[in-house]
Design a binder for this molecule. Structure first.
Ligand code: FE2
Length: 256
């Protein structure tokens, strides 16, 4: 089984490069499941129902989220009813939506899990406890488990990956928007990449206009952030899974 995962799609430049390059990637890699992190798809801030539908129409099967999921109120109701969008499972109880979803691929099922880190992020529940709970729930149904770990700190991402090594198929990091070059298969068989990188503008600072980010750093005053315009890049990863649910390969993709 082959999974294609697209990194954080950021605003119009991200949407454009995904629309332009995804068909070629589908032809080249022929994935069974296409997942994308889409928490920055609406001008860098959250997602709307309309944009979610556009991504589903572009053949993306599942959308994962992160700290920006609630930036557009219209998504609150939508996320309750569409099981193709998953928001972090370790958000506090009572929030809309689901933290993982099961997808049928032929005779197999794949669980797609979204978790959020806590280091430099926010006061969320433990992602370690959350994955234990989820794995206990899905264990009778599947060993194929893909995790989008949306987090800032490399150490937290790698620690989490080792915690679940051999218990999930892949832990792929999102949120920093910068692709790392540490793809590996851990000793227990879990594919790992600290951060897949974004689908978004090449210029700017992690997708945002650089003048605005610099002004924030230089003055420490509140500054409105807008997505950078101009050329875009597409960052993604392809993970191949065995029938046992372990990973047999992990391949980074970076297109400009
Ligand atoms: Fe994020």
């Amino acid at each position: 089984m082959r999974i294609l995962f697209l990194g954080d799609i950021v605003g119009q430049p991200g949407r454009s490069i995904v629309a332009a390059r995804l068909p070629g990637l589908l032809e080249q890699y022929r994935p069974d499941l296409i997942i994308a992190n889409a928490e920055n798809v609406a001008n860098g801030r959250g997602i709307t129902p309309k944009l979610a539908e556009q991504l589903f129409d572009a053949q993306i099967d599942i959308l994962t989220m992160g700290n920006h999921v609630w930036d557009n109120r219209e998504i609150f109701g939508y996320i309750e009813h569409d099981r193709r969008i998953v928001r972090p499972a370790n958000f506090p109880p009572g929030v809309p939506g689901i933290g993982y979803t099961l997808v049928k691929i032929g005779v197999l099922q794949v669980a797609v899990v979204n978790l959020i880190g806590r280091v430099f992020m926010g006061d969320y529940d433990s992602p370690f406890a959350a994955i234990d709970r989820i794995l206990a729930e899905i264990e009778p149904r599947t060993k194929h488990v893909f995790v989008d770990f949306h987090a800032e700190a490399t150490s937290e991402k790698l620690a989490f990956a080792h915690y679940v090594d051999g218990r999930v198929s892949a832990v792929i990091g999102t949120h920093t928007h910068v692709q790392t070059a540490d793809e590996q298969i851990l000793p227990g068989g879990t594919a790992y990449l600290t951060d897949v990188g974004m689908c978004g503008p090449v210029n700017g600072i992690i997708g945002i206009k650089k003048e605005q980010v610099l002004q924030r750093f230089l003055t420490q005053m509140p500054v409105r952030f807008d997505v950078e315009t101009g050329p875009a890049m597409l960052n993604a990863v392809v993970v191949d899974l065995t029938d046992k649910g372990t990973a047999s390969s992990v391949t980074r993709i970076s297109l400009r």
